[in-house]
Design a protein around this ligand. Structure first.
Ligand code: ADQ
Length: 448
């Protein structure tokens, strides 16, 4: 059997290669360990334009995985990564066409970087390798490889949502993007809705349907073990002591406008206003590390959140109680797991999300005999599998506030019944079953 070749824009950094802590590295762990494999992508480094033609692929072997990475120039990083991938494709795929800032030159850089990556990878390929490409940075990657004569099986997985064609077509050259995707043998999306949207787009452009749903999961056993171990962690104890018996509500998200954070804060404010019996008696901890911090939309979002949290704390707080504890630094995973386990409710209310692994991590971390409640947006991919969460429309502050009140007064029997069903869903589709199912599909023989 050939190697598994994973291609993603970001490759785990050297320090994460021995013990992957999160993200794609955890999801692909089992698949990568099965045999010899290669992981190709950007090194995370930028070089000056003068060095453009002297760049070489650097390789590091860790156990049976070779990590092969290449640098980007400053202008490639800007046009390909910041502008086209994160400034056009990310908002559009999250149904936020209004945030797109389209400049034709960035699309050219995006296509050029895909071709550049393809040339670099081609030299490393063997005829029986199976190639698995990840995410929106690399929509046209298979076509770029095919143009170089690569005949290997190539699969693609999109981690973020895919909008209906009526919206997607607002992207200049959307048809050409979908045309390029015909070069993939298998295309996976997070949900049936996303797969339907993409297939409809294919059909509207005169192509056949080829997208299928492969919802991603976590490694629940491992996460549950970390959460249990967290009970003995000094920092988890500190958090517990600071609660002084009051219920804890937790939110954990990268700082991103897709995660619905300002709307969530307004939901929490509505909760304090409409259910004043909880004032002074609940702690809401929101952990939101800054991502893409140098992009204007993200800076504005950070300002908005800082201001809203400050306003709510000023208006509703007391000399011995802060309504929102809002952290913008990252927290190590084992601590997060311990914090989730301590929480009575989680607020996971993205406006749009491919899947949302925080929802699954929260469920995996709960005490089976006394689980906390999950409040989940209907517009997270996870909602399709987690109907026993308290599902909300994140645009409606009152709906969030009702759900929060309900979560905090929910009888134990109902929490147990919901918790059991949620656990079943998190243990049914795991990171490892996701990768296995996708690769099985990709390995099938299909007509030329
Ligand atoms: P993300 O948008 O990054 O991923 P998500 O699925 O929630 O969103 O995963 C975030 C991960 O980062 C989780 O494992 C979480 O624990 C971790 N994380 C978040 N905040 C953290 C913090 N403060 N400190 C430490 N860790 C933190 C994209 C898509 C999602 C899709 C995933 C996987 O946008 O929809 O579920 O890929 O396919």
């Amino acid at each position: 059997m050939g190697r598994l070749v994973v291609v993603s824009n970001r490759v785990p950094s050297s320090s994460d290669r021995h013990h992957p802590a999160g993200g794609l590295a955890v999801a692909l762990q089992d698949a990568l360990r099965r045999g010899e494999s290669l992981w190709f992508g950007w090194s995370g480094k930028q070089v000056a334009e003068e060095e453009k033609h002297s760049r070489t692929v650097s390789q590091e072997q860790v156990e049976n995985v070779t990590y092969a990475t290449i640098d980007l120039t400053h202008s490639e990083f800007d046009g390909f990564y910041q502008k086209y991938s994160n400034g056009i494709l990310w908002p559009l795929c999250h149904y936020r066409a209004g945030l797109m800032d389209f400049i034709r030159r960035d699309r050219e850089i995006y296509l050029d970087v895909n071709k550049f990556y393809a040339r670099k990878l081609r030299d490393l390929l063997r005829p029986d390798d199976i190639i698995w490409v990840h995410d929106y940075h690399l929509f046209p990657f298979a076509q770029a490889l095919r143009n170089l004569g690569v005949k290997n099986k190539i699969g693609f997985f999109l981690h973020i949502p895919f909008p209906p064609w009526s919206l997607m077509k607002s992207l200049p050259s959307a048809v050409s993007l979908l045309k390029n995707m015909q070069a993939y043998d298998v295309i996976g999306l997070q949900t049936e809705d996303d797969a339907r949207n993409m297939n409809d787009g294919f059909m509207q452009c005169g192509f056949g349907p080829r997208a299928q749903a492969f919802p991603i999961g976590i490694d629940p056993d491992n996460f549950a073990r970390q959460a249990e171990a967290g009970e003995h962690d000094a920092e988890v104890h500190r958090l517990k002591a600071s609660l002084r018996g009051r219920p804890l509500v937790i939110g954990v998200d990268r700082l991103d406008y897709s995660k619905g954070l300002p709307e969530r804060f307004l939901g929490y404010e509505a909760f304090l206003k409409r259910f004043p019996e909880h004032k002074g008696k609940v702690m809401y901890l929101q952990i939101t590390p800054v991502s893409r911090g140098n992009v204007a939309d993200y800076k504005a979002l950070k300002r908005d959140l800082d201001e809203t949290a400050g306003r709510i704390n000023g208006m509703y707080g007391d000399f011995d109680w802060t309504p929102i504890r809002y952290l913008t630094q990252s927290v190590p995973r084992h601590l997060l797991a311990g914090f989730y386990r301590l929480a009575d409710a989680a607020l996971v209310t993205p406006l749009r999300d491919g899947m949302n692994l925080v929802a699954k991590e929260f469920v995996a971390a709960q005490k089976e005999h006394n689980p906390g409640s999950l409040i989940l947006s209907r517009f997270a991919g996870a909602a399709a599998e987690m109907e026993d969460a308290l599902l909300v429309n994140p645009h409606d502050p009152e709906e969030i506030s009702d759900a929060l009140h309900r979560a905090l007064i929910m009888p134990k029997a109902e929490r147990l019944a919901r918790g059991k069903k949620l656990r079943e869903s998190v243990w049914r589709v795991t990171a490892s079953s996701w990768a296995r199912d996708f690769l099985e599909e990709l390995s099938k023989d299909r007509p030329e």
